[in-house]
Design a protein around this ligand. Structure first.
Ligand SMILES: Cc1cc2nc3c(=O)[nH]c(=O)nc-3n(C[C@H](O)[C@H](O)[C@H](O)COP(=O)(O)OP(=O)(O)OC[C@H]3O[C@@H](n4cnc5c(N)ncnc54)[C@H](O)[C@@H]3O)c2cc1C
Ligand code: SF4
Length: 492
């Protein structure tokens, strides 16, 4: 695969990023594709390692190793190297329903498992993936594929995130009539309202939804199952139902003062900003606006990073982000050996932007929030914190211990709470009568069946907050299981 000496001849090059100072002035994607010639060179770096760990797609001690959807990476690397873009697209579409999403937002566990990454920078797999699909759309190689055969069976999917969309795509092509119900006014789940426009432009999501519609998938928006339509009615109208409702139950901030005006959940902020951008280019004034305000983001994860980048684009006066855990190491640790994803320190897009404006990375590590103080009108005035150290206990578990004397007061007018999610919203699964354990709808990764006959579950609702690529994997797999179920129904 690739050029036999490519990995020695060429250096790694990935999707270009626009300069932070320039890109923060708009909401467009902050990345730009490499030229075809540069991508062919990158394809040439794939080294014919014999056993391509990059596409094995398993979890080792909770971390991903290789591509979860088993993209046949060495094959399309080779085809790109040889300039056979259309064939590369065909190979990519065999395993990935939506490479235009993963090629933009996947953290690329495949690259951590690349054999070249043992002692050289990995092959630029994600950059190549994105370019194959973008070229496919630009050259009109991707056109609606209308199923020739219809089974007469009907499937309802609740939730239009990547899991629901992947299941819909697969089942539609198997000949079943699919209807996707979504409570939001636009389809896409967190691809639409969650991941910000500068990471994934929303016309990319809309383009895919349109294609699915042209191929026969029906979308019913602004419709909440469990409120607008009861589970009983849904079950009576369809041969099978799949719950792909995500894991968006907000984790609450339980400190004094958290009810103050100016304290918001990160998802309310991110959703509101994207909606206002798409509806009116912010003319409706409906989004939370942090212009000239001091902003604190509580929570050190990716959702918090998206809040930082959004606040910067709104011209906040200052932005800091608090995380509970210590800074990640710069190089791979012994407890995450290759081919596991290395989980190392990265200067994500949001932090690069904050650094370009404020002069430093906005993250504060090992910090515990203690209380929020309001002014006389009940609006946030300041946040009190203390630093902690992470200690390994005698029982082998890690603990956090407050360090006396490290108390600090931070001025703020807006606080975003991005401390994660408490799993699936339980009301709907309970109305269906399906079992929820550990904040997830109970079903095995083998057949995705709940305890209610004909009702299946996939994506974050089953596995907890995860990644787009895992949601696609689950969507594909649940479709297989539902198809088997529907076929056995025919035989009865
Ligand atoms: C801010 C943020 C940024 C992220 N960034 C990334 C990233 O960069 N890369 C990455 O790989 N992953 C990212 N993730 C994670 C990723 O988006 C999720 O893992 C993925 O979207 C889960 O897909 P899903 O289809 O299971 O659910 P979701 O995408 O959550 O979709 C569930 C859908 O179900 C709908 N729904 C729920 N209940 C009902 C009901 N009763 N009736 C009708 N509709 C209903 C919801 O409105 C929603 O649209 C991010 C997550 C967040 C929160
Ligand atoms: S989907 Fe993610 S893990 Fe798979 S090849 Fe693409 S970037 Fe890598």
């Amino acid at each position: 695969m690739g050029k036999p000496t490519g990995f020695k001849d060429y250096k790694r090059e990935t999707t270009k990023e626009k300069p932070p100072i320039e890109r923060i002035n708009n909401w467009n994607e902050y990345t730009k594709r490499l030229s075809d010639a540069a991508l062919q060179t990158q394809g040439a770096r794939c080294m014919d390692c014999g056993i391509p760990f990059c596409h094995m797609g398993i979890e080792i001690r909770g971390t991903a190793a290789g591509c979860p959807i088993q993209n046949v990476i060495p094959e399309w690397n080779d085809l790109v190297y040889k300039g056979h873009w259309k064939e590369a697209l065909q190979r990519l579409q065999m395993t990935n329903n939506f490479p235009e999403f993963t090629g933009r937002v996947c953290p690329a566990p495949c690259e951590g498992s690349c054999t070249l990454a043992l002692n050289e920078p990995a092959v630029a797999i994600k950059s190549i993936e994105r370019s194959i699909i973008d070229k496919g759309f630009e050259n009109n190689w991707i056109t609606p594929r209308i199923p020739l055969h219809r089974s007469g069976k009907k499937v309802a999917i609740v939730g239009s995130g990547p899991a629901g969309l992947a299941a819909a795509d697969q089942l539609n092509h198997l000949g079943h009539k699919v209807t996707v119900y979504e409570r939001a006014d636009r389809a896409g789940g967190l691809l639409m309202y969650g991941i910000p426009n500068m990471k994934l432009e929303k016309q990319v999501v809309e383009r895919r939804i349109k294609l699915l519609q042209q191929e026969g998938v029906k979308f019913v928006l602004d419709t909440e199952i469990g409120k607008d339509i009861s589970p009983k009615v849904l079950v009576s109208r369809y041969d099978s139902v799949i719950l792909c409702t995500g894991a968006q139950e907000q984790r609450k901030l339980r400190i004094d003062g958290s009810e103050a005006v100016g304290v918001h959940y990160a998802m309310d902020y991110l959703t509101g900003v994207t909606k206002s951008l798409l509806d009116s280019n912010f003319k409706d004034d409906l989004a939370i606006d942090v212009k000239r305000k001091d902003v604190i983001v509580i929570g050190g994860g990716d959702t918090g990073a998206d809040c930082v980048a959004t606040a910067i684009r709104q011209k906040a006066r200052s932005v800091v982000q608090f995380g509970k855990h210590p800074q990640l190491p710069k190089t791979r640790l012994e407890d995450t050996p290759w081919p596991q994803d290395p989980n190392v320190y990265k200067l994500d897009y949001a932090y690069e932007e904050a650094k370009a404006i404020q002069g430093e990375d906005p993250r504060e590590y090992c910090i515990q929030t203690q209380k929020i103080i309001s002014d006389k009108d009940g609006c946030v005035k300041e946040l009190h914190t203390i630093h902690m150290e992470k200690i390994l206990g005698e029982d082998g578990f890690y603990y956090f211990k407050e360090i006396p004397g490290t108390e600090r007061v931070w001025p703020a007018q807006v606080i975003f709470v991005a401390i994660g999610f408490d799993g699936v919203e339980k009301s709907l699964p309970l109305q269906f009568g399906v079992t929820v354990t550990n904040n997830r709808v109970k079903a095995s990764a083998r057949d995705f069946k709940t305890n209610v006959d004909g009702v299946f579950v996939a994506g974050d609702a089953r596995r907890g907050q995860s990644l787009v690529v895992w949601a696609i994997k689950e969507g594909r797999a649940v479709a297989e299981s539902v198809d088997e179920f529907l076929s056995s129904e025919v035989k009865k």
